[in-house]
Write a protein that binds this ligand. Structure first.
Ligand code: HEC
Length: 253
């Protein structure tokens, strides 16, 4: 009986993982990220390159509404640099006379939405809505590896696959038909820091940047985790020594 149950359980796990794998497509490309592991940290230069990719490539379709310009000091920019960057953007405002005007962005502003609303965004993208990217790496299984793979997952559809109008084939996108055209290719951007802009590098940089956007407190969290571990360790040693002391008295009797 036990054997039958075990066999059934094994068969179930096998078929369900196989079904899941078939649905999710091939395994994601994986990378060693500097922020992996318990002591991982963001590479600020990489984040700066990722910001450049966001601004030059993604920002025409995707908002990044939870990131304020002042947050960019975490990437190693000075307050003056952040001020200058914010001032490159324009925001709608109403002046003292009640008229509509535009004003320059300030560090307190957030990245603006490229579209006035969702309907407009859909109408501009064949019906597909480009989602906000602020929390994207948290919202998808695989996180930064998913974005990294998605950027590099465009290919010709396998023979016999019919693409719906306006759709593109991407092997990592669930269902494989995605409304977003291919965005990244070699030398798509010219990096300010001179890094060679291969498609792989650009994909890695934008993914790292989006992971920072989704988890700006990652380093602080890692540091706290480390302190807690030290505390628990010291506490365990003390508890052990105390136990030895108490039992030593009992054993002597
Ligand atoms: C021309 C407009 C356009 C540009 C530019 C663009 N995207 Fe998209 N993106 C879209 C659309 C439209 C969708 C929704 C696709 C769908 O649901 O079929 C999307 C979806 C996504 C998704 C979500 C996929 C999912 O799993 O739901 C991610 C992640 C993404 N884009 C990242 C990026 C990044 C990173 C860049 C810049 C390198 C970028 N996009 C540039 C239009 C764009």
């Amino acid at each position: 009986m036990k054997k039958i149950v075990l066999a059934a359980a094994a068969a179930f796990t096998l078929t369900s993982t196989a079904a899941l794998a078939a649905e999710a497509g091939p395994e994601l490309l994986k990378r060693q990220w500097t922020f992996d592991g318990a002591t991982g940290k963001f590479d600020k230069l990489q984040l700066q390159r990722g910001l450049q990719v966001y601004r030059e490539v993604c920002a025409s379709c995707h908002s990044l509404k939870y990131v304020a310009f002042r947050n960019l000091t975490a990437l190693g920019y000075s307050e003056d640099q952040v001020k200058a960057l914010a001032a490159e953007y324009e925001f709608k405002a109403i002046d003292e006379e009640g008229s509509d005007v535009t004003r320059k962005g300030t560090p307190a502003d957030h990245f603006p939405n490229p579209y006035p609303n969702d309907n407009f965004a859909r109408a501009s993208n064949n019906g597909a809505l480009p989602p906000d990217l602020s929390l994207m790496t948290k919202a998808r299984v695989g996180g930064p590896n998913y974005v990294y793979s998605l950027m590099q997952g465009y290919e010709d559809p396998p023979p016999g696959t019919e693409l719906l109008a306006g759709m593109n084939y991407n092997k990592y996108f669930p269902g494989h038909q995605i409304g977003m055209p291919k965005q990244i290719s070699d030398d798509q951007v010219t990096y300010a820091d001179g890094t060679k802009a291969s498609a792989e590098q650009i994909s890695a940089d934008i993914s790292a940047f989006l992971h920072w956007a989704a988890e700006p407190k990652l380093e602080a969290r890692h540091a706290t985790g480390f302190r807690v571990m030290i505390y628990v360790l010291i506490f365990t040693i003390l508890a052990y020594l105390l136990k030895r002391k108490i039992w030593a008295r009992l054993e002597k009797k």
